[in-house]
Write a protein that binds this ligand. Sequence first.
Ligand SMILES: Nc1ncnc2c1ncn2[C@@H]1O[C@H](COP(=O)(O)OP(=O)(O)O)[C@@H](O)[C@H]1O
Ligand SMILES: [Mg+2]
Length: 444
Amino acid sequence: MRLTRYFLPVLKETPAEAQIVSHRYMLRAGMIKQASAGIYSWLPLGYKVLKRIEQIVHEEQIRAGHIPLLMPTLQGADLWRESGRYDDYGEEMLRITDRGGRDLLYGPTNEEMITDIFRSYVSSYKALPLTLYHIQWKFRDEIRPRFGVMRGREFLMKDGYNFDLTKEDALHAYNRHLVSYLRTYERMGLQAIPMRADSGPIGGDDTHEFLVLAETGESEVFYDSAVTDLTFGDRDIDYDSVDQCAAIMEEFTTKYARTDETHDEALFNAIPEERRRVARGIEVGQIFYFGTKYSEPMGATVQGPDGKPVPVHMGSHGIGVSRLMGAIIEASHDDKGIIWPEGVTPFHCGIVNLKQGDGDADAACENLYAQLTAAGLEPLYDDREERAGGKFATMDLIGLPWRITVGPRGLKNGVVEVTSRRTGESEEMSPEAAIARIREIYGA
Ligand SMILES: Nc1ncnc2c1ncn2[C@@H]1O[C@H](COP(=O)(O)OP(=O)(O)O)[C@@H](O)[C@H]1O
Ligand SMILES: [Mg+2]
């Protein structure tokens, strides 16, 4: 993409309504525009990052053996009456009446609808285990939408639902989700700590939230500092292995880590004092096991091996896809702007032409642009007639992790400059070496 042809409405001023850094930078970098309270348009740059996040979520769900589908945003009220949640859910649920007087709602979550799909087609235990998921917009009429995409009213969520014959199988699905979530967040450059939590309106006893530590987080968290040393890394996982998934669950959830809802002073105080931490965190995901809470009232039963009908054991598992963008920025920025982790960056690198119109500089930039594109990468070429300071400020604000700077003076010596957004360090090298470096970083 060439900046002169892109749509990147960068703001000079810091918008007054934004209280936290991720919201400020998303507005300033032209990533989102508020449409109404808690509802946003995703401008091209924001949309690109959203798609990258979504793609990682898809890849890791599919790797874990979960199956994508797509359910609608609008749901009939009848299914929710069957589960008993139509009245229970409260004012967060947006209720709509169509022209025929039928009650609809904009889905805040999809347990009922997926249970209905399941019961319509599955009748034998032989179809199990089964996990279906989708990435779809949700609406929750939050009393205080705030912090931009962090607490929106309309937001994008990955929600998945497992169907299993026994509690034991469903707990394996729970562990499998935990493992896939750890991988997912790490690929986005995030450390998200699983913490024992409260289940809220979804119901059930077993639930963990995944929290990214950040001062601006809405949740108060208590943990043993040893949990922050755990990393998932590049492990080979057999998602069918009950033992392997259970071992990872144990590794990541045995040390004390809880949200304020389940915090236990006595247990916390048993941790050596120097390891006790009280902090704030952003909830970027949650997994639940709730057994037969929906399958029983909604008649989602299968014929077991002995021929008798049994209600299936279920769980649901969510990732806050749009919220993650804010969480990543909260975790990775400086006073000049965003610093995207390579895994989710909207463009792989920036190309800054210090002297637009100079024959050599223009030709070198075009060549870099063509070769990086041919390698399957997406560079953003700042080809505006603008002074160098302005170009650097834009690149720093929008946070591309790598920048190649091209100017007539360097070219006389056969070099361009490659700069890391994270460290600010620059290195001079030939244009060919710069291309090789960027390709190597992204494995392209
Ligand atoms: N209002 C919201 N705006 C943005 N993301 C949200 C919002 N509510 C929930 N999410 C995201 O969706 C994920 C799954 O939702 P869920 O656990 O059902 O939400 P909650 O715990 O807020 O009831 C959450 O972990 C969070 O990351
Ligand atoms: Mg939650």
